[in-house]
Design a protein. Structure first.
Lengths: 277, 360
C-alpha cells in the first residue's frame, strides 16, 4: 500500500536522503583520515541506489518509456549511472572509499534535481519519441558518459588528496586505506576513456537523429557545448597518453571538466532548441 | 596448582646476561623434564628468545617457595655463579597470567606490538606439549593467550604500521606504486640503512636493484649481495629513465640531485612517478624537488618521524589491549578457583573416607 501511495519523487527523495547520510558519514571518514575500513558507507549508497532504481522504474512505468524526458529525469538518470558505477568500482581492492567521495556529488546533484521547476512535463507532441532506437541509444550513451566522467572526477579527487598527503601530510598518507596513487591515476584515465568513447557514440548517434523543423543544428547551444566538452576531454586524454602531461595536471583537468559539465549541463539544455522544442 | 613465571628480559637485563641464561632449543625438553622431576612444577613451558628467557610453571608449591626453587634451577642449570639481583623477575597469579598474555600480544616486546614473539611462544608451547610437560592449567592458559593475541591484533591498532626506517620506506612505496613487482631500485651510496631499505624493497617484490658508489668495488660487492648490478658513480644519472625508486645515502657535502638536474630527467621518464628516499646526512637531494610533479621525496627525518608516530599510535593502544587482556584472563582465574575448590572438596571427602575407614 505504501509503495502505491509513494510516487517516484518520494522514492527519489528517500534516495537523496540516503546519499545525504552517506555524505555526512563521508565527512566523518575524511576527518578520521580514511583509516577505518568499513562497509557502512557502501551500504548507505546501496540503499540510495536501490530507492533511486525504484523511483526511475516507477517513472518509466508511468511514461511507458525510458525516463529521460525532462531535466529532472535526465539528471536522475545521470546520478543513477554514477551511483551504480560507484558501487561496482568500490568492490575493487582498496576502492571502498570511492563511495565516500561519490556521496557528496550524488547528494548535491540529487538535491538540485529535486527542484520542482526541473520536473516539467513536456507539452503534448513535444515529448521525445523513443520509439526510434537511435534516440534511445543517444540518450543512454550520453547520460552514461556523464556518469563515467563523474566517477573519473571522483577518482581524480581521491588521487589529488592522496598525492597532497604523500607530499605534505605523510603520516596521514601512510595511515589512510586509500589505493596507491598510481592505481587511482589508472582508474581515472580508464574512466575518462570509457566516458569519452560513450560520449562520442552519443554525439554521433545524436547527429543522425531527425531534427525538428526550423531548428538549426550546428548553432544549437547544446551541440556547441557538447562539441566543446568533447574537445576538452580529447585534449586531456591525448595530452596525458601521448605528450606525457603530468598526472596532477591531468587529474585537475578531469575534475574541472566535470565541474564545468555539472554547472553548464542544465543551462545549455534549457536553451537548446533541439532538446527543448 | 597456580601458574608462576620466572625469567629475565630485555627490560631487566643486558644481552650478556640473557645469552648466559638462554636455553638451546634441543636441550629444552630435558630441562623441562628435570624441572618436573625435581617436583618444582607439575607443568612447565620454557620460552627462550634473544630478548627473553622465561619459565612458565604450574606448581603445587607456594609461589614464594616455587620462585626459590625455580631460581636455583636456572642458576644450577646454566652453572651461573655470580649474584643475581633485579634482573630476574618473578610473577605469581594473576600477574603471571597477565604477563603471559602481554608477551603473546607483543606488549612486552622491544618493538611494541611485534608479532614474532607469538610464533616463538607457540613453538615453546608446542615443544612442551609434544613432550608431555603441559597439563590442564598451562594448556588452557596458553591457548587462551594465543586466542587473545589474535583478538588484540584484529581489534586494536597495536600492530599497525611500520616502526623502522626501512619498512616505512616500503610502506610509502606501496602508497605510490600499484605493485612493487615491476619496480627498479637505484641505490646511490652503499650505506647500512640504504642496504636495509633495499633489502626491504626486494623482500616486497621489487624487480631489480642497481647500486652505485664512489668506490666501485663496494658497489659491486653490495650489488652481488642483493642480486643486482653495479654502475659507475659517474653514470648513475643515466639509469634514471628506468628506475622508479632511488635510495640515496652518499657522504657528499652538497646536494647531488636538485630541480635543475631532475626536471629534464623527469621529462625523459614521461613523468612517471619517482620515489626518492634520501637517508644521507647532510642531505643528498635538494628538498625543493618535492614540489616537482610526480616526485615524492622523503628524508631520514620524514621516515623516522612516521616510524615514531606509528610507535606513538601503538602506545596509545596499550590501555585498550590491557583492558582486553584483563577481560580474557578473568575466566581463567575463575576456572582456577573452581578447580581449587573441587580439589579441596576431593581432599575433604578423601579425609572423611579415610576417617570412616579407620573408625571401622
Amino acid at each position: 500500500m505504501l509503495v502505491t501511495w509513494f510516487t517516484d519523487r518520494h522514492f527519489f527523495l528517500l534516495a537523496v536522503a540516503f546519499y545525504g547520510l552517506s555524505t555526512v558519514y563521508s565527512v566523518f571518514l575524511w576527518r578520521r583520515g580514511f583509516r577505518k575500513d568499513d562497509w557502512a558507507n557502501y551500504f548507505l549508497i546501496v540503499a540510495g541506489v536501490a530507492l533511486h532504481t525504484v523511483a526511475m522504474f516507477k517513472r518509466g512505468l508511468t511514461l511507458h518509456s525510458c525516463p529521460v524526458n525532462n531535466l529532472y529525469e535526465a539528471t536522475t538518470f545521470l546520478l543513477w549511472a554514477l551511483g551504480l558505477a560507484c558501487l561496482v568500482y568500490s568492490l575493487l581492492p582498496r576502492f571502498k572509499f570511492l563511495a565516500a567521495f561519490t556521496a557528496p556529488v550524488l547528494f548535491t546533484i540529487g538535491v538540485f534535481a529535486l527542484m520542482p521547476s526541473l520536473d516539467v512535463h513536456p507539452l503534448p507532441g513535444a515529448k521525445p519519441d523513443f520509439s526510434n532506437w537511435l534516440r534511445s541509444l543517444h540518450a543512454a550513451t550520453i547520460l552514461q558518459s556523464y556518469g563515467a566522467f563523474g566517477l573519473a572526477a571522483v577518482a581524480a579527487a581521491m588521487f589529488l588528496m592522496q598525492q597532497h598527503d604523500l607530499k605534505f601530510d605523510k603520516l596521514r598518507a601512510v595511515l589512510s586505506l586509500l589505493p596507491s596513487i598510481q592505481r587511482l591515476e589508472l582508474i581515472t584515465l580508464r574512466l575518462a576513456l570509457v566516458g569519452f568513447v560513450l560520449f562520442t557514440i552519443g554525439l554521433v548517434t545524436g547527429q543522425q537523429l531527425p531534427r525538428p523543423e526550423g531548428k538549426p543544428y550546428f548553432s544549437d547551444p547544446k551541440v556547441i557545448w557538447s562539441a566543446l566538452l568533447w574537445l576538452v576531454y580529447l585534449e586531456l586524454i591525448v595530452a596525458r597518453l601521448f605528450f606525457g602531461r603530468s598526472t596532477r595536471r591531468f587529474t585537475i583537468g578531469v575534475v574541472v571538466a566535470f565541474a564545468f559539465l555539472l554547472l553548464t549541463f542544465w543551462i545549455t539544455n534549457l536553451y537548446s532548441g533541439l532538446h527543448h522544442p | 596448582m597456580s601458574v608462576v613465571v620466572i625469567g629475565l628480559s630485555h627490560r631487566t637485563s643486558p644481552v650478556e646476561l640473557r645469552e648466559r641464561f638462554a636455553f638451546a632449543e634441543g636441550k629444552i625438553p630435558d630441562a623441562l623434564k628435570s624441572l618436573r622431576n625435581a617436583g618444582v612444577a607439575g607443568e612447565a613451558v620454557i620460552l627462550s628468545t634473544c630478548n627473553r628467557v622465561e619459565i612458565y610453571a604450574a606448581t603445587p608449591l607456594e609461589p614464594t617457595k616455587a620462585f626459590g626453587e625455580l631460581k636455583n634451577f636456572l642458576v644450577s642449570h646454566h652453572a651461573y655463579d655470580a649474584a643475581l639481583g633485579d634482573e630476574l623477575y618473578t610473577l605469581a597469579e594473576p600477574h603471571s597470567l597477565r604477563h603471559l598474555f602481554k608477551v603473546a600480544c607483543g606488549l612486552d616486546s622491544m618493538v611494541l606490538g611485534e608479532t614474532e614473539i607469538l610464533g616463538q611462544l607457540k613453538t615453546a608451547y608446542d615443544m612442551a606439549l609434544k613432550h608431555g610437560h603441559t597439563g590442564a592449567r598451562l594448556n588452557k592458559a596458553f591457548q587462551r593467550a594465543f586466542h587473545t593475541a589474535k583478538h588484540v591484533r584484529t581489534h586494536t591498532n597495536i600492530q599497525r604500521g611500520s616502526v623502522s626506517v626501512a619498512s616505512v620506506a616500503v610502506e610509502l612505496a606501496e602508497k605510490i606504486f600499484n605493485s612493487l613487482g615491476d619496480r627498479e631500485v637505484l641505490v646511490i651510496g652503499a650505506g647500512d640503512t640504504s642496504e636495509k631499505t633495499a633489502r626491504a624493497l626486494l623482500s616486497r617484490g621489487a624487480k631489480s636493484i642497481i647500486v652505485t658508489n664512489r668506490s666501485f668495488d663496494r658497489a659491486q660487492a653490495l650489488a652481488a649481495e642483493l642480486g643486482g648490478r653495479a654502475v659507475s658513480f659517474d653514470n648513475w644519472a643515466g639509469e634514471f629513465e628506468k628506475v622508479d625508486i632511488v635510495i640515496s645515502s652518499t657522504s657528499a657535502p652538497h646536494h647531488i640531485l636538485d630541480c635543475a638536474k631532475l626536471e629534464p630527467l623527469m621529462k625523459a621518464r614521461r613523468q612517471r612517478s619517482l620515489l626518492l628516499i634520501d637517508i644521507a646526512v647532510p642531505r643528498d637531494v635538494d628538498p625543493a624537488v618535492n614540489a616537482l610533479d610526480n616526485v615524492y621525496l622523503y628524508n631520514v627525518d620524514d621516515l623516522q618521524s612516521i616510524a615514531n608516530d606509528y610507535l606513538k599510535l601503538r602506545q596509545e593502544e596499550i590501555a585498550l589491549c590491557e583492558a582486553i587482556i584483563a577481560e580474557k584472563v578473568k575466566p581463567l582465574l575463575a576456572a582456577k578457583s573452581s578447580i581449587d575448590f573441587a580439589d579441596e572438596r576431593r581432599l575433604h571427602f578423601s579425609h572423611l573416607r579415610k576417617s570412616a575407614q579407620s573408625a571401622d
